[in-house]
Design a protein around this ligand. Structure first.
Ligand SMILES: [Zn+2]
Length: 63
């Protein structure tokens, strides 16, 4: 199973404080976020909804 990681626009890394470096991904039904700048990784709260993808262009799923 491949993990699809998407950048979270405007999110600031709690460890290094750099914005737009956080990605979120799903693993085994849980949501995680990680930072490409410092390697920070964190499991997100269970009831926390993933943010909408901001890099989606077009409407592939409507086909
Ligand atoms: Zn970071």
């Amino acid at each position: 199973m491949s993990e699809v990681k998407r950048f979270i626009a405007g999110a600031v890394c709690p460890q290094c404080g750099v914005a737009d470096k956080l990605r979120m991904f799903e693993r085994a039904g849980d949501y995680y976020r990680d930072c490409v700048n410092c390697g920070f990784e964190e499991k997100m709260a269970f009831d926390e909804r993933p943010p909408p993808a901001t890099d989606r262009i077009g409407s592939d799923r409507d086909r």
